[in-house]
Design a protein around this ligand. Sequence first.
Ligand code: HEC
Ligand code: HEC
Length: 304
Amino acid sequence: MTDDHSEDHKGRLDKETGVHTTGHSWDGGSLEELNNPAPRWWVWMYILCTLWAIGYWVIYPSWPVPGGEARGAIEGTAGYSTYKELEKSQAEITARQAEYLGAFRSASYDDIMKSEKLYKFATTGGATAFKDNCATCHGSGGSGGPGFPNLNDDDWIWGGTIDDIEQTIRYGIRSNHPETRFNMMTAFGKDEILEPEEINQVVDFVLGISKEGGFEASAAKHPDGAEVFAYNCTACHGEDGKGIREMGGPNLTDAIWLYGGDRDTVYETVYGGRGGVMQAWTDRLDDDTIRQLAVYVHSLGGGE
Ligand code: HEC
Ligand code: HEC
């Protein structure tokens, strides 16, 4: 190894290029570094970038300081910070919401239905709250599933006006709230109210209503079942089987089933009863959200 930085190499004029060397040699002789200046454009870029950086430091928050104005950095002459931007746009949103919320709070459901702006405000807020709180049971579009009613159709167990829906949401169904909707399907088999024979008869009659041409036609075909029905079922499902809302007894004459319309499922319902539970939302959601939800559910298609 030779000494790369020896004096006699430094500043040597390279004859072939006419440029001085830096005195830096890799192999002790032939392979040397020429002392070319950096290209001018590069130098200018360098200077410009440096100036830009200095300007940036002055104008925008840059140097970190504990507890600075811009939360951890010096503020800069522009007084700009992304936190401030965020606060500003949040304040705008809150102000816009407050403008709607004030009108929404003092409006009746009638007013809301008549005002395009308030209706949109309610259904938009309701849709979000529905996804967060209700979709787990009722499905994201409210189409339900076995035991969880479809909220899109016009078949309502407990009522489909906005006020009905609000009450259902607020106090729940068979919830632990004192004002809950509470009636439930009796377990006719398990509680030995009916003989298995009678259960089979009434199940055939109930299936016949929707599948064999209606209430009368089924009664003519299954007279024993119709009799069992008249004695045991009309209190909650109505004389005509069309359901009684105050009792929560669903309409048995349509093709819409809460639990299912095949024979085994209907037998199971009559034998063991049901009693699906929906919690009361009055202590979990604020009034505004509950009212938004009521309007939203009503808007899903089947509202009355
Ligand atoms: C834990 C499951 C569950 C959740 C969560 C739930 N529900 Fe329900 N919901 C039910 C059940 C079960 C019923 C039907 C009870 C029955 O009558 O047998 C029901 C019934 C309803 C009804 C009455 C339908 C009718 O035909 O009368 C409405 C309206 C309703 N839910 C709205 C909501 C809204 C709005 C939310 C969200 C805030 C919600 N539900 C959250 C389980 C749930
Ligand atoms: C005390 C009131 C009450 C009586 C009496 C009653 N039901 Fe019900 N029934 C209900 C309720 C409430 C439901 C809704 C399901 C629940 O309990 O969650 C229901 C649901 C049903 C369903 C399921 C409907 C569906 O869409 O899946 C069938 C079927 C049914 N009842 C048949 C009968 C028959 C048959 C009788 C008579 C033997 C009878 N019910 C008597 C209250 C009653």
